[in-house]
Design a protein around this ligand. Structure first.
Ligand SMILES: NC(=O)c1ccc[n+]([C@@H]2O[C@H](COP(=O)([O-])OP(=O)(O)OC[C@H]3O[C@@H](n4cnc5c(N)ncnc54)[C@H](OP(=O)(O)O)[C@@H]3O)[C@@H](O)[C@H]2O)c1
Length: 316
């Protein structure tokens, strides 16, 4: 049997992405082989493909390398000693992070402990949208310990991380302000946030006295957003590139500030899958691209303007 994978034989433009045929994986003890239905595409995939960041640095002598950390599919084979799943069960997971990757594969063997069961009521598309972005959203909100009644500002509420963060903060009964372009204003209002058009005026002219900032944009937008905060506010800045600069500035202004690196946590994925199954959390899928169109998927991701998530259909 064939196991097609999307790999990078070298770093570069989206066109370096190549489909290769690899041997079928075998489940080692404690592992299950997942037949991947959908793989999520994340900004880190694009960055690594381009040769930027430490996942690229660590894998530079390991090419061709299969990208991808988000998978949803079904259990194809169970290794010795596995107990959690049977063949055919629907599963999803945040796998191989940060150095192994491999999510852009039709079949992959992973420890069963890293996988979550996908409830009947949840589609595999929705499940594939959640792992990396959803866990980033939860962990970012935890860093600023969002409480009921607080005013929380989330930059880039329409993105993969943002649309989950907005919904979770609204569910925690915070008053949520979020930035987006004009075309996403209605969408974010329907999620329960005060949506602010960053193209119209800087957010600092529209929001004041916020208790917490979840920065998903970085750079100048984040520096401007610091002006929206009240004394003692908490800041988490998620894009790694500008994190040091933003934290330094935030601390000078007297705020508690931190960067973060998402840490895979299957219990958090379990919780989000449950919320989706009862209709309390909705994933937004911008587009599902057949695996063969992975170049277009990366080009779309690179626009930085995707609403929600992009997925690859690994079986068509
Ligand atoms: N440190 C970590 O562990 C970690 C984990 C996950 C993600 N990240 C980083 O966090 C960032 C967000 O990730 P993501 O997956 O959510 O990205 P994404 O899905 O690509 O975000 C796209 C969204 O950003 C919005 N946007 C673009 N420029 C904006 C601006 N100036 N102000 C407000 N919104 C803007 C766009 O909305 P409009 O079209 O309306 O502008 C679009 O919906 C990325 O930099 C990513 O690399 C870091």
């Amino acid at each position: 049997m064939e196991n097609k994978q999307v790999v990078i034989p070298s770093f570069g433009e989206p066109e370096v992405l190549t489909i290769q045929s690899s041997p079928m994986p075998e489940a080692k003890p404690g592992e299950v082989v997942v037949r991947v239905a959908f793989a999520g595409v994340n900004p880190i995939d694009v960055k690594t493909r381009a040769g930027l960041g430490w996942a690229a640095a660590q894998n530079k002598d390991n090419l061709p390398w299969a990208l991808g950390y988000d998978i949803a599919g079904s259990v194809y084979q169970c290794g010795e000693g596995t107990q959690k799943f049977d063949v055919g069960d629907k599963v999803a997971g945040f796998i191989g992070f940060p150095l192994q990757g491999g999510g852009y594969s039709q079949y992959i063997s992973v420890p069963e402990a890293v996988l979550s069961r996908v409830p009947e009521a949840v589609t595999l598309e929705a499940a594939a949208a959640l792992p990396l972005a959803g866990q980033t959203a939860i962990q970012a909100l935890d860093k600023v310990s969002v409480q009921e009644g607080q005013r929380v500002l989330i930059l880039a509420g329409a993105g993969g991380v943002g649309h989950i963060a907005v919904q979770l903060a609204v569910a925690a009964k915070a008053e949520v302000f979020t930035t987006c372009s004009e075309r996403n204003l209605d969408y974010l209002a329907t999620l329960g946030a005060h949506a602010i058009n960053y193209e119209f005026a800087p957010v600092s002219e529209r929001v004041e006295e916020a208790d917490a900032l979840v920065d998903l944009v970085g750079g100048d937008a984040a520096l401007d957003a610091l002006k929206c905060l009240k004394d003692g506010a908490k800041v988490v800045t998620v894009p790694t590139l500008s994190a040091e600069l933003i934290c330094e500035k935030a601390k000078l202004l007297g705020f508690e500030a931190t960067g973060m690196l998402v840490d895979p946590n299957p219990e958090q994925l379990d919780a989000m899958l449950y919320l989706v199954s009862i209709g309390l959390l909705k994933t937004e899928i911008y587009q599902v691209y057949p695996m063969e169109q992975v170049v277009d998927a990366h080009k779309q991701m690179e626009t930085g303007r995707t609403r929600g998530k992009i997925l690859l259909d690994m079986q068509c």
